[in-house]
Write a protein that binds this ligand. Sequence first.
Ligand SMILES: [Zn+2]
Length: 392
Amino acid sequence: MSKLVPPHGGGSLKPLLVPAEKRAEALQRAGGLKKVPAASREISDLFMLGMGAYTPLNGFMGHDDWRCSVTEMKLASGVFWPIPITLSLQQGIADSLVIGEDIALADAETGEVLGQLTVQEKYSIDWELECRHVFRTTDPQHPGVQKVMQQGEVNIGGPVIALSEGEYPAKYSDLYLRPEQTRAEFERRGWTHVSAFQTRNPMHRSHEHLAKIAAEVTDGVFIHQVLGNLKAGDIPAEVRTRAIQAMIDNYFKPNIAIQAGYPIEMRYAGPREALLHALIRQNFGCSHLVVGRDHAGVGSYYGPLDSQHIFDDLWEGALLCKPLKIDVTFYCYKCAGMATGKTCPHDPKHHLSVSGTRQREMLSKGEEVPAEFSRPEVVAVLREYYRRIEAG
Ligand SMILES: [Zn+2]
């Protein structure tokens, strides 16, 4: 009997990916079905369903699950679920589908068939209702709201099978771990309580400090990076991976940190997304998720601690993965060490703060980066990257 936190929903993990030995045949069958295009975020959700990260969902949500997850943060069955997972199509395509029909889900950009869905429901949504609840705004400038507004007019609900994991396994090999694998790895190491640390950045000293606090209070830290599409200007995943590995290899004891990546695409829904991130980590076998300042936020749509506070409003048993709430971290010259907003009493003028823009400037222009801000091994990886892109 595993001592790790059980998968979400009370049952076992539910990976919807067809086993490798049956995939060729299933793909051939899907090749004969009507092919519909799925957008990049929907493909990312298909991969999440495929690996079992969205356990216990069995596909894209129907109307009742959509509505309940939007307004009450639960599925129609009562199981906690904070963000709807939906597939949308243009009216014309949706009209051509018959309830009960099997359709092939293809990447809208490449045309490659990646999954199959049985059409159970067609419904239209009130996008304002969804955005007001999930994003706390209907501002079309918000990147998550924008995506909802660009969706097709009709949502299609129904059970799904994934027929591929796209390029992820080949591109990321050992980094691409599925929940079954991380659970097996945690058990092999004898870990029972594991903290997840979500990142879409290379890790500087402040991130290292957060990850170390997490490792101190549990058996180990699972550094889990976003591999799905990011915002323009973000550092590509393969560079981030090397920068993070340089930090782990040089500044963590062996066997205390594991790095992995997963195919989610950010929605930038702040508090609601922090909850989804915790739910997903529960499926990966993590008992805790580090929730720092403005987790999964964007711009100034959310208060800095909203993503921490929302965990306090959940009902008993909603979510077994708990937040490790940690305030903003930085180097403080008065403390002469890493510190947090919670404990350091000194005026911010004593804190080392480097904006994203300034970071990039220092790295690409070969300026010295303070050792209090980032480890030299990490800086070396990033500098090489900026040199390369700026050389064109
Ligand atoms: Zn201080």
